[in-house]
Write a protein that binds this ligand. Structure first.
Ligand code: 8YV
Length: 334
């Protein structure tokens, strides 16, 4: 039997990242991503020193109960609403996430969704693939979308990803408004060419509104029926943040009744299920939570998670100093 620490990786990862881990620890990796109950997770985590998990694994006090071995959970994502940080701190387990390495790729993808929804790329492609183009008399005023250039971009949640989204707007000659609990420093606002406004103003003035808020209980349904009602009837709404920030049923109703123009969603309440009301609509672009999924970025996220995991176990090139800890105070108690 190996005397190396033992770690569990809950889904397939890049081979070179697994090789890096295997140089230092005994690794058990799942060959596919699957949903586990709290009891299954508790069992799995009871026999390892560390784990790399993803957003579909929820870790709370119930999962950690009686576990005296586990030291670290490295989450594959910047968001960590799947982890109960207080419960982890109470149990002496370090939590880490993967900030920054994904900012630019998520910003790229938010733009891809905004462009696709505004110019009806998904619906047009479905129509073409269904064979409707050949043989149809296409009209000059068919397939009209709304412009992006010269319009007003709104960003709700102006952290590092929000700022990366805003900076891209200069190339499209857009006016940029944002709302955040706290206003950004003047030099960052200048760099992003963005102006802070109240949330109501953001809702009513944005032609295109991108949500980049972290999920907290207070942000649940931050975009519900009352907020949607304030938007322009031509507006495009994009969510690359978290399911649950938008009330999906209220959004589907607003899209169906053309109270807003279009939407694009990468995240959903209760994902991987998508509400049937959304699936029934043509003016919404839907994607399966892939905003960070570029080759380079997913690799960088996996490597950062691996580095965090090893460092917490006193191994690897950052031994003892996990690069991006969420509750570093637990390390004082080890
Ligand atoms: C996911 C994300 O981690 O970083 C986050 O918070 O939501 C994404 O990058 C990724 O899609 C894997 O589920």
């Amino acid at each position: 039997m190996s005397d190396k620490p033992k770690v569990w990786v809950s889904r397939p990862l890049f081979a070179d990242v697994l090789d890096y881990l295997a140089r230092h620890v005994e690794v058990e990796v799942e060959s596919e991503e699957s949903t586990r109950t709290a009891a299954q997770l508790r069992q799995r985590l009871a026999v390892v020193d560390g784990a790399i998990l993803g957003l579909s694994e929820r870790v709370g006090a119930d999962v950690l109960e009686g576990n005296n071995r586990l030291k670290v959970i490295a989450n594959l994502g910047v968001g960590f609403n799947n982890l109960d940080i207080d419960a982890m701190t109470g149990a002496g387990v370090l939590a880490t996430n993967t900030p920054d390495v994904l900012n630019e790729s998520v910003a790229d993808y938010a733009w891809a969704l905004m462009l696709a929804a505004a110019r009806r790329v998904g619906a047009a492609e479905r129509w073409l693939r269904a064979g409707h183009w050949a043989g149809s008399a296409m009209r000059f005023d068919d397939w009209l979308g709304v412009d992006i250039h010269g319009k007003t971009l709104g960003v709700l949640g102006m952290g590092r990803i929000g700022q990366a989204i805003a900076r891209r707007a200069a190339g499209f000659d857009m006016r940029v408004l944002y709302h955040n609990r706290s206003r950004l420093a003047a030099d960052i606002e200048r760099d992003c060419r963005a102006n802070w406004v109240e949330k109501d103003t953001l809702l009513s003035e944005s032609d295109h509104l991108i949500l980049v808020l972290p999920f907290t209980p207070a942000n649940r349904h931050a975009m519900g029926a009352p907020e949607l009602a304030r938007m322009k009837p031509s507006a495009v709404l994009v969510n690359v943040a978290r399911g649950g920030i938008v009330d999906d049923v209220a959004l589907a109703a607003a899209l169906r009744e053309k109270r807003i123009g279009a939407a694009a969603l990468d995240v959903f309440e209760g994902e991987p299920s998508v509400h049937p009301d959304l699936l029934a609509l043509d003016n919404v672009v839907l994607s399966p939570h892939i905003a960070s999924a570029s080759e380079d970025t997913r690799r960088a996220m996996a490597l950062l998670a691996a580095e965090n995991l090893l460092a917490a176990l006193g191994l690897g090139q950052s031994a003892g100093h996990p690069p991006t800890p969420l509750n570093p105070e637990v390390m004082d108690r080890w």
